[in-house]
Write a new protein. Structure first.
Length: 156
């Protein structure tokens, strides 16, 4: 039996994406980097099982721990993911809006005053995100460098 999937694409159609249809929770990121990336809050669906393909798909190493995907032809924002992990957030705007719901906002303490969303969402601060992700990313880096239980890959 085939899993039902939600299909989307970038503005020019050069990049195609799909996620399981039950992935309908949309999160908004208000961090300065996301706002610079798309001129406002970036809205995304967390979907580690996302399928993304297209000849115009490119990536940009946006920080020391994450990369962003975009279409080189039309400039559409496609995804954000940590370089050392299975997580991936796919731009919600690539999909038709039917069935999607804004459920949470991250880096809410960095949101500028000139916009706001209606409705009640779960809001998280930069500190809560750092406390969740900092140890997770540090542990992955230690494991990659040959930490507990793994031989060192440095210099190989």
């Amino acid at each position: 039996m085939t899993e039902a999937r939600r299909h989307g694409r970038c503005l020019c159609g050069g990049v195609r994406v799909s996620v399981p249809v039950e992935r309908n929770a949309v999160g908004a990121c208000h961090c300065a980097m996301c706002r610079r990336w798309c001129s406002g809050p970036w809205m995304a669906i967390q979907a580690p099982e996302a399928e993304i393909a297209g000849e115009t798909l490119r990536t940009f190493q946006a920080s020391g721990f994450a990369e962003r995907g975009f279409c080189e032809k039309c400039g559409s924002s496609i995804f954000h993911r940590p370089t050392l992990g299975p997580e991936i957030a796919v731009s919600a705007g690539l999909f038709d809006a039917e069935g999607l719901t804004l459920t949470h906002e991250i880096f809410h303490d960095g949101k500028p005053a000139f916009y706001r969303f209606e409705g009640d969402t779960k809001k998280r601060s930069a500190l809560s995100m750092a406390l969740e992700w900092g140890p997770r990313l540090l542990w992955r880096r230690i494991r990659r460098m040959g930490g507990p239980g793994r031989p060192s890959q440095v210099g190989n």
